[in-house]
Design a protein around this ligand. Structure first.
Ligand code: GUN
Ligand code: ZN
Length: 443
């Protein structure tokens, strides 16, 4: 995909710090009449329109998004593209949901043509929702990874993804072996990791579906290459946690199962982490591994309430992003993730500030992936992955917007009322990949 140049005028919002560690309004960079100049896919200038306009290259048109917010694109730190066709599957909690709906759906990704079709639709949906980077689970089939990275390369998106490793406690049609999983992952790393904007994540599904040997070999894949990612699930559901304690009686905790295999390190992303203790959180903090908070999924599967404000405790903050976790999650919109995160915080007696929520969806996700030098903020030198948010996307939202007297309140109404209709446009490496109302193709 080619890179591009552009200039965008609108209400620019981004971050100068972590709003869980400083007053939220001090962490926010707020430019009500801002200009962002993009050259060859990178941001070269960003600031007040009146000052920044002097840097506009001769002949470059300015796209007028006044009335809309210009934000860094959303970062989805945990999502399963093969589960798109089974989103909203009725009636079960985690372990039964996997058996009844997930495994049969993932079986179809042995067919690379099918995988390519779903990968394309998934990426279309992501950018329709303003998400420009995601950490993505494929299936156990290596061709599901080729399909995904192939489509992401076409679109030009920065993605993290990998082949699921599963050598026990799964149907035989979805199992690899420790050695085969290792060999296939190795080949995929060589083919895709660091090519264009694609990044590989070693992806053991979760402790119950991998033997200790497979987890060891996952650690061996990572060893000596700090640029590789690792993603898995951690302590999502009470029955799952009890099962892991049975399967790994020698481990101190669920996190410790991964730690012993060398999987707890920078660029490791643990989905959920609801049932973790203080010891685990200290270990996450010191190791640089991250948690992906997946609010719509945790509510949909009845998994439990993520302790966001414990996790972000200033004495040992853990890198944390937001994940949609589709298909257990019920929306690819991070506005909806923020909506449900707010409600989970309310249920636990805490108040999630809109600046904190938007930070989690952008900069926090980028820091969780150790990609904050490239994405997650609007500043010179950053990749031009942006989303344009319309606070007046519906008549009701327009009515509510008239009551807004601060940027924080505009952000709050967007996160509580917004969805894909709120995404006026999405830019990937400076190129428009989505524009609301403009020729959306059905697949
Ligand atoms: N734990 C293991 N596999 C999965 C999955 O596909 N989705 C969720 N939400 N949890 C899991
Ligand atoms: Zn998941």
């Amino acid at each position: 995909a080619s890179t591009a140049s552009a200039a965008l005028r609108g209400h620019v919002v981004t971050f100068r710090g972590n709003p869980f560690l400083m007053p939220p309004n001090d962490a926010l960079v707020d430019e009500p009449d801002g200009l962002v100049i993009i050259t060859d896919g990178r941001i070269t200038h960003a600031g007040a329109y009146g000052e920044t306009i002097a840097h506009l290259p001769a002949g470059m048109p300015v796209t007028d998004y006044r009335g809309c917010l210009i934000s860094a694109g959303f970062v989805d730190t945990h999502v399963h593209y093969p589960q798109l066709p089974m989103i909203a599957a009725y009636g079960e909690q985690l372990l039964e949901w996997l058996e009844r709906y997930t495994f049969p759906t993932e079986r179809r990704f042995a067919d690379e043509t099918y995988a390519t079709t779903i990968a394309r639709q998934f990426l279309d949906e992501l950018v329709r929702n303003g998400t420009t980077t995601a950490a993505v689970y494929c299936t156990v089939h290596p061709q599901s990874v080729d399909a995904f990275f192939g489509e992401s390369t076409r679109l030009g998106t920065l993605m993290v993804a990998g082949k699921v490793l599963m050598d026990r406690n799964a149907p035989d049609y979805l199992r690899d072996t420790a050695q085969r999983g290792y060999d296939e992952s190795r080949r995929l790393i060589e083919r895709w990791h660091g090519r264009n904007r694609q990044h590989y994540a070693v992806t053991p599904r979760f402790a119950p579906t991998s033997t200790p040997e497979q987890l060891e070999l996952a650690g061996a894949l990572l060893k000596g290459d700090d640029s590789l990612f690792m993603q898995t699930h951690l302590a999502e559901n009470r029955a799952e946690v009890a099962w892991v304690a049975e399967l790994f009686p020698d481990s101190r905790s669920y996190l410790d199962v991964y730690d012993r295999a060398g999987l707890v390190r920078p660029r490791s992303v643990m989905g959920h982490g609801i049932y973790v203790d203080e010891h685990d959180l200290c270990r996450c903090h010191e190791s640089g591994c991250a948690l992906a908070h997946c609010p719509t999924s945790n509510l949909f599967l009845g998994s439990g309430a993520f302790r966001l404000f414990d996790v972000m405790d200033a004495k040992r903050p853990v890198r944390t992003g937001l994940g949609t976790d589709v298909g257990a999650g019920t929306s690819l919109s991070h506005l909806q993730s923020m909506n449900e995160a707010y409600k989970i915080a309310q249920m636990t007696g805490k108040r999630l500030h809109p600046v904190q929520a938007f930070w989690l969806a952008t900069r926090g996700g980028a820091e969780a992936l150790h990609l904050d030098d490239r994405i997650g903020a609007i500043a010179p030198g950053m990749d031009a992955d942006l989303c344009i948010l319309d606070p007046r996307a519906t008549p009701l939202q327009a009515l509510r917007a008239r009551m807004c007297d601060s940027t924080a309140d505009i952000l709050f109404t967007l996160m509580m009322l917004g969805d894909d209709r709120s995404i006026r446009a999405t830019y990937v490496a400076g190129r428009t990949v989505h524009e609301r109302g403009v020729a959306e193709t059905a697949t």
